[in-house]
Design a protein around this ligand. Structure first.
Ligand SMILES: Nc1ncnc2c1ncn2[C@@H]1O[C@H](COP(=O)(O)OP(=O)(O)OP(=O)(O)O)[C@@H](O)[C@H]1O
Length: 317
């Protein structure tokens, strides 16, 4: 995959205003993001996500290391590098709050050098895509936070850059709007091959949307991996088994002997089958009373559990 963003060993030190004490917020972070990739930047509060995003979009200059966008160095070739980036940061500063939705889109399309003839159908297409048609004449200041967020992403898309950086794009959105925003981002990445970095605390966003995640903790990268691979790595050996009949006391006794970690409730049995033979032992115990199995399902791991395990392990080591 063609690499669009390259972050090489960046380090950012903040000086506390009064004490002049130095604080290392980002400590040698490196990663790459490819064309059409959605990368989720994750980490607990204060991990260094915003500092990293701000460094990529040129709002901060790291003390050490370098960042290149399409091969342009973000410091030495700042203008050329930044021409490829749009960012939706906290507070949606990329839209005009006193203009209407339509006026914002008209203004930014004009900025992009589109002719009047091209602008109108493009704006209509975006208003449809972002479900903002009925708010077209509303002043941004009067919109809900979710609608402002959708407009901010719409404007970032309109800028026509091939890299979009988003800081907490679904924060505070209701379920429906959050879903809409996720679907829009998926479409942008897959259909238009945009490169997207999302900084978020929302694990559903990562599991549903991101190809890869870079997890940072205390300014350092602790994981840089495909989301599916991480989920596989942490797959549990826990199974949920639905039985056709309830277990007898005798069966329960045998089960407890063979599988110290298990729970059951009526016809549902949660069991840890951590070695291959375990399933045969289970079958034998069920056969005692001709209890039959209706379904066996491996318990799914969700990304939140994976994230918590990684961050906790890091705190211990
Ligand atoms: N201007 C600043 N001056 C001093 N320290 C700062 C400054 N900006 C950030 N920090 C500190 O640097 C660390 C990293 O902050 P950053 O905002 O990058 O983290 P984050 O991962 O985005 O956190 P959150 O999830 O809480 O938004 C934090 O400990 C923060 O207090």
């Amino acid at each position: 995959m063609e690499s669009i963003i390259e972050v090489n060993g960046i380090r950012k030190v903040y000086k506390k205003r009064k004490s002049k004490e130095a604080f290392v917020a980002v400590d040698g972070i490196s990663f790459q993001v490819g064309k059409g990739e959605i990368m989720g930047l994750l980490g607990p509060n204060g991990a260094g996500k915003t500092t990293t995003i701000k460094s990529i979009c040129g709002l901060l200059v790291p003390n050490e290391g370098s960042i290149s966008i399409h091969g342009y160095d973000s410091v030495n070739d700042r203008n050329k590098a930044l021409r490829h980036i749009s960012a939706v940061l906290e507070g949606n500063r990329n839209i005009y709050w006193r203009l209407t939705v339509f006026e914002n889109l008209e203004y930014f399309a004009g900025n992009r050098g589109m002719s009047k003839k091209e602008i109108l159908p493009y704006i209509e297409e975006l208003l449809d895509m972002f479900h903002l048609q009925d708010k077209r004449n509303e002043v941004v200041n009067n919109l809900s936070r979710g609608m402002q967020q959708k407009l901010a992403i719409c404007v970032a898309m309109m800028a026509g850059t091939d890299v979009i950086l988003l800081d907490e794009p679904t924060l505070g959105l209701d379920v429906e709007t959050g879903y809409e925003v996720r679907e829009i981002l998926k479409r942008i990445a897959f259909e238009e091959q945009k490169t997207i970095i999302i900084s978020t605390h929302d694990m559903d966003v990562v599991q549903d949307l991101c190809n890869r995640t870079v997890i940072i903790n205390q300014g350092k990268v602790i994981a840089n991996e495909q989301v599916s691979k991480l989920l596989n790595l942490f797959k549990t050996s826990a199974y949920k088994i639905h039985l056709k009949e309830s277990l007898t006391e005798e069966q329960v006794k045998h089960l407890e002997h063979k599988f110290p970690i298990h729970e059951w409730e009526g016809q549902i049995l949660n069991v840890n089958l951590d070695h291959e033979e375990a399933i045969y032992d289970l079958m034998d115990i069920l056969k005692m009373n001709r209890t039959s199995i209706e379904t066996i399902n491996q318990t799914e791991v969700n990304f939140e559990e994976v994230f918590m395990k990684l961050v906790k392990e890091e705190a211990v080591s």
